[in-house]
Design a protein around this ligand. Structure first.
Ligand SMILES: [Zn+2]
Length: 368
């Protein structure tokens, strides 16, 4: 069930869904005083689905724009009454549109007498630059830099996770690309740090951007129920990533490489000692999503028949190449729509995968 949130004031709309890791079950509705073309942006936002609705009376609406948009983009929208943002995987059907219309009801944009929301734009731009500069300030603090000092790549590597490095890179790019157009004066130190960051992280740029999308921490928001008995569990990882550099190994920290098991069940199944059980369990639980991840690992390690395609576009397929998975979440896609970590629900398992799960977990299992 989706939770609907109305954004009626200019400031709430300017901030929108920025600085959230994922939109989860929430649906954000932007209400405007009049129908006109609008420019949306997704800076500091997770990947999301943007939908523009044109009202037909009070009960119905038609979709005039719908697209899954990656972070760090401007999105021109056609004239519409309502703009709606939600997680990429949320389906926009008649039921959801009806819910949206009834939630909007008689609510209006809070500006008085049709004064437009241009005040919000300036607030927004300042908020964006402030957030970007704050990221670089963290770099400066961690490296102990004063004035125009140099960034130490080793300190960056040790102190920040790959997804944080990707986010800092995006901030650095934003500062360098947008400062002139926005006519905002940025401290010289921040500009120097931005250039250095892009330079220092040059070798792994695309991997770090992918990590900023798909390598975000997830375990705090996930269910902690053991899949065998339902007791309090911890997520246990299966494929080892010690031999890989952190710029690549973040994929093995994904939920597709983990199983929630309590201590008792882990002991009974010999999870720690028995590699075969570990592999069967993860293969059964995550089905095609695990298979795609494993193909990626084989390709990286040069084992088996899989090779990384030379034209792998990590901006569209952050998790693994298009060829390694299916077309949607259920069948193992690693595209932008399916790269935000999710629990192992709605996975398309083969009969063999279902059977092995039933064998290992028994009839009492809490299979999602
Ligand atoms: Zn258990």
């Amino acid at each position: 069930m989706q939770k609907i949130i109305l954004l009626q004031s200019s400031f709430a709309q300017a901030m929108g869904v920025m600085f959230r890791r994922s939109l989860g079950e929430k649906v954000f509705i932007f209400i405007y005083p009049k129908k006109t073309r609008r420019l949306f942006q997704t800076f500091f936002c997770p990947p999301m689905r943007i939908v523009a609705l044109e009202k037909i009376g009070n009960q119905q609406a038609k979709i005039v724009f719908e697209k899954v948009v990656p972070p760090w983009q401007f999105v021109p929208l056609p004239p519409a009454d309502l703009i709606v943002e939600m997680a990429p995987e949320v389906r926009v059907d008649e039921i959801l549109i009806t819910e949206i219309l009834s939630a909007v009801g008689k609510h209006r944009h809070s500006a008085m007498g049709g004064v437009d929301a241009n005040t919000g734009v300036q607030d927004l731009i300042f908020a964006l630059f402030a957030a970007a500069v704050a990221d670089l300030r963290r770099v400066r603090a961690v490296c102990g830099i004063s004035g125009y000092g140099r960034i130490d790549p080793e300190i960056i590597k040790n102190h920040f996770s790959p997804w944080e490095r990707g986010k800092i890179l995006a901030s650095a790019g934003f500062i360098l690309d947008c400062r002139i157009e926005a006519q905002i004066s940025i401290p010289d130190g921040a500009i120097s740090l931005s250039r250095q960051m892009l330079d220092v992280e040059n070798a792994f740029q695309d991997e770090l951007f992918a990590a900023a999308l798909a390598g975000v921490p997830w375990d705090k928001d996930f269910s902690k129920d053991c899949i065998r008995c339902g007791k309090n569990a911890s997520w246990r990882f299966v494929l080892p990533g010690e031999n890989l550099p952190p710029e690549l190994s973040w994929r093995l920290m994904r939920p597709e490489n983990a199983v929630p098991l309590c201590r008792d069940c882990a002991r009974k199944l010999h999870f720690a000692k028995n590699e075969k059980v570990r592999h069967q369990l993860i293969w059964g639980l995550w089905g095609p999503r695990f298979e795609a991840l494993e193909r990626w690992l084989w390709a990286v390690q040069g084992e088996g028949v899989y090779r990384l395609p030379r034209n792998w576009n990590k901006a569209d397929y952050p998790l693994w190449p298009e060829e390694f998975g299916g077309r949607d979440w259920a069948s193992g896609s690693g595209d932008l729509m399916n790269c935000v970590p999710r629990e192992p629900k709605n996975i398309r398992r083969t009969q063999a995968q279902k059977r092995i799960l039933a064998e290992i977990l028994g009839s009492t299992s809490r299979l999602p």
